[in-house]
Ligand binder design. Structure first.
Ligand SMILES: *[C@@H]1O[C@H](CO)[C@@H](O)[C@H](O)[C@H]1NC(C)=O
Ligand SMILES: *[C@@H]1O[C@H](CO)[C@@H](O)[C@H](O)[C@H]1NC(C)=O
Ligand SMILES: *[C@@H]1O[C@H](CO)[C@@H](O)[C@H](O)[C@H]1NC(C)=O
Ligand SMILES: *[C@@H]1O[C@H](CO)[C@@H](O)[C@H](O)[C@H]1NC(C)=O
Ligand SMILES: *[C@@H]1O[C@H](CO)[C@@H](O)[C@H](O)[C@H]1NC(C)=O
Length: 340
């Protein structure tokens, strides 16, 4: 009896010695792995191509492959205010040259860490090459300094019929979500250039009105409930408000309708800091085909009755083309007319 007990103790001590020796040799690496694993959870695991794993090879090399570092909470590349200029001679080709690391269709992922943010930028568009060029020139580096995974979508309305921003944004949402599981959508006018990269293009708990301080309005809100320009919503927010109304043809109203939807669905509008969410608006004359919508007040009076039927759940359109440009995805769409 006593002999067996003694042997057990000896074997136990021996095992402990071996474990301690192993820990001494490899402890740091093991500790690092488990530490990260428990702290960051399985979301920090990136599963690589099986053929990349050198089995049975070096287990730690394999562990390093499947655990890529998360990007830090605050990107080290954030610089603050950006000096915006509109050099006339700049061409889109030059913008492409000056914007490396973006993959076809205007996609980007940080190279040195794993971003937890997937933001899609949705830009309703028709015939604004000059504005688009400047926006891309500033927006790509801005988003890259924030260490986001992102994609830029241009939603081009085909034909000459009156412009319909709300419907184009509904199309943009649907089409972008077919590409990837975006967790934040930024609905972005083409003529607004962000002036400070501390204005993060990520989503909040509630729909966020982002372009709150625009130079044209003296960097103040022109009216309290304004929700146009740039806004950030998660897909859950967007579906909850049933997206934008589809029947606002011409300038104005669709953004106020959108603000009403946020309230009607029981959410609030959040805003970032006025010091950071600053924008330069590119000056222009109102486009042909986007005159002021005279019906906007009549429509707005009906939002409460119609918002559940009129929106992302009822949008109809035909995609005419989807082109992967080096700096953006261009989805051209027939959204019909006022009559149909
Ligand atoms: C895995 O291998 C593929 C090619 O087979 C390569 O393109 C890719 O970069 C590798 N990934 C990693 C994480 O090494
Ligand atoms: C885990 O998170 C910490 C900070 O919270 C970070 O320093 C570390 O690099 C992360 N590791 C991985 C593998 O994601
Ligand atoms: C592009 O990616 C490379 C690594 O692949 C990196 O060294 C370089 O800094 C990146 N350039 C920019 C402008 O982000
Ligand atoms: C919309 O409603 C407001 C009050 O709720 C009213 O004053 C206004 O005349 C209405 N407009 C139209 C065009 O019906
Ligand atoms: C988008 O595609 C349409 C159809 O091919 C084209 O007419 C338009 O110029 C393109 N717009 C941009 C900004 O590339």
């Amino acid at each position: 009896m006593t002999i067996t007990k003694g042997w057990c103790l000896l074997v136990f001590l021996f095992i402990q010695l071996v474990v301690m020796a192993l820990l001494y040799r490899e402890g740091k690496r093991l500790a690092y792995f488990f530490d990260n694993f428990f702290k960051n959870g399985s979301s920090s695991l990136v599963f690589p191509n099986p053929q990349n794993l050198s089995l049975p090879g070096d287990i730690y090399a394999n562990l390093r492959l499947i655990t890529r570092q998360h990007c830090p909470e605050v990107s080290p590349y954030i610089r603050g205010p950006i000096h915006i200029q509109f050099p006339e001679a700049l061409t889109l080709e030059e913008v492409v040259q000056k914007t490396p690391n973006v993959t076809k269709g205007g996609r980007y992922k940080p190279t040195d860490c794993e971003s937890t943010h997937n933001s899609a930028i949705i830009i309703p568009y028709r015939n604004r090459e000059q504005h688009l060029k400047y926006l891309l020139y500033y927006l790509h580096p801005f988003l890259q300094r924030q260490q986001l995974n992102y994609g830029i979508y241009i939603i081009t309305q085909s034909g000459d019929f009156t412009f319909n921003r709300g419907k184009l944004l509904n199309v943009g949402f649907k089409e972008a979500m077919k590409d990837e599981d975006w967790d934040c959508m930024l609905f972005h006018d083409v003529d607004l250039i962000p002036e400070d990269d501390r204005n993060l293009y990520t989503c909040d708990r509630f729909p966020k009105h982002v372009s709150i301080a625009i130079d044209k309005f003296g960097y103040k809100l022109p009216y309290k409930s304004i929700f146009g320009g740039v806004s950030a919503l998660t897909p859950e927010h967007y579906l909850k408000v049933n997206g934008f109304p589809n029947n606002y043809w011409g300038w104005g109203g669709e953004d106020d309708d959108f603000a009403a939807r946020v309230e009607l669905s029981g959410m609030m509008i959040t805003r970032p800091s006025f010091r950071h969410a600053r924008y330069k608006m590119i000056r222009h004359v109102r486009d042909k085909g986007n005159g002021i919508n005279p019906k906007r007040f009549n429509l707005l009076n009906k939002t409460e009755e119609t918002w559940k039927q009129n929106g992302i759940n009822s949008v109809q359109y035909n995609v005419i083309s989807k082109e992967l440009h080096p700096l953006y995805t261009n989805i051209t769409v027939d959204i019909g007319t006022d009559k149909a």
